[in-house]
Design a binder for this molecule. Structure first.
Ligand SMILES: [Zn+2]
Length: 66
């Protein structure tokens, strides 16, 4: 089972490094892995402190239906 969260559901106006709407999707086997993946993305691409985003990430994490 794969868990995932979309960057643009966390940061509604998130832009990626090239200035387009960010379509990054963090994936992992469980919530902790998704939070870790997304936290690294938020830090490196958006310069957002992931510490304040953890609950937002968890709230928007979904299970992939496939
Ligand atoms: Zn992003």
């Amino acid at each position: 089972m794969v868990r995932f969260a979309r960057c643009n559901s966390l940061l509604s106006l998130a832009l990626d490094a090239s200035g387009k709407g960010c379509r990054y999707v963090a994936k992992g086997d469980d919530d902790d892995a998704v939070v870790k993946d997304m936290s690294e993305h938020l830090t490196s691409v958006h310069q957002v402190d992931p510490g304040i985003m953890k609950f937002n990430i968890l709230a928007s994490t979904r299970t992939h239906n496939s």
